[in-house]
Ligand binder design. Structure first.
Ligand code: 13P
Length: 245
């Protein structure tokens, strides 16, 4: 399957900064084999869709609400994202689960509403440090996956991202072997939950302190089909090095 490299800019970059990144970055990755997706803040989606037109670089949102329209102050709906040529949307990022108290049920509603409108959800799962230390990594990841995906049709395209919370923004990535172990476990859950075809076609990305220096070793693992990159995606040169590694 084609590997997928996703930039999650989180709450970074003004429109002017996003435009300057895009002008620079698209020249650096002309020759590439991987699917590339950039998820800027909502405010810069318009700018990126203008600047990246015709380049094949995809855009995604960092979140979405689970209704099409209505009295939901501050929220953004799937049709609004589709109109901006967004193809992907991140759901269930640990920062939303932990800082904004998003529950598994909310994540599930967002994922199902996104796919209904043809968006590809990037479902984030991952354990906290204390959960890993208690030996609960598989239990936590399985619960998040089952809750978000139970009942999903096997024809739909979904991306899963394994992001151990202890590796996010800490500079301390999971080793390729630690990540591979959880990715293989996720692959098995997807098979049991949906089907073998679904599990084989669903890219499973790793995220958490990915840098140009560790990207290649992570991608060399059998069940790591791409990367979800935070900090190192903010600079066009470093993100391009990851895409091209
Ligand atoms: P960092 O790459 O900054 O650790 O962030 C990872 C992440 O949360 C991507 O969604």
């Amino acid at each position: 399957m084609k590997e997928v490299v996703v930039a999650n800019w989180k709450m970074n970059k003004t429109c002017a900064e996003a435009r300057s990144f895009a002008k620079n970055f698209k020249e650096l990755v002309r020759e590439r084999n991987r699917e590339v997706v950039i998820c800027p803040p909502f405010t810069s989606l318009w700018v990126l869709q203008e600047e990246l037109k015709g380049t094949g670089i995809k855009i995604g949102a960092q979140d979405v609400f689970y209704k099409d329209w209505g009295a939901y102050t501050g929220e953004i709906s799937p049709p609004m994202l589709v109109e901006l040529n967004c193809e992907y949307v991140i759901v269930g990022h640990s920062e939303r689960r932990n800082i904004l108290n998003e529950t598994d049920e909310i994540v599930r509603k967002k994922l199902f509403c996104a796919v209904e409108h043809g968006l590809v959800p990037i479902l984030c799962v991952g354990e906290k440090l204390e959960e890993r230390e208690r030996g609960e990594t598989e239990k936590v990841v399985e619960k998040q996956l089952v809750s978000a995906l139970k009942g999903i049709s096997e024809d739909l395209k979904v991306v899963v991202a394994y992001e151990p919370v202890w590796a996010i923004g800490t500079g301390k990535n999971a080793t390729p072997e630690q990540a591979q172990e959880v990715h293989a476990f996720i692959r098995g859950i997807l098979e049991g939950l949906v089907s073998r075809d679904f599990s084989e076609k669903t890219p499973i990305l790793y995220g958490g302190s990915v840098k140009p220096e560790n990207a290649k070793a992570l991608l060399s693992q059998k069940d790591i089909n791409g990367l979800l990159v935070g900090g190192a995606s903010l600079n066009p040169e470093s993100f391009a090095r990851i895409v091209l590694c």
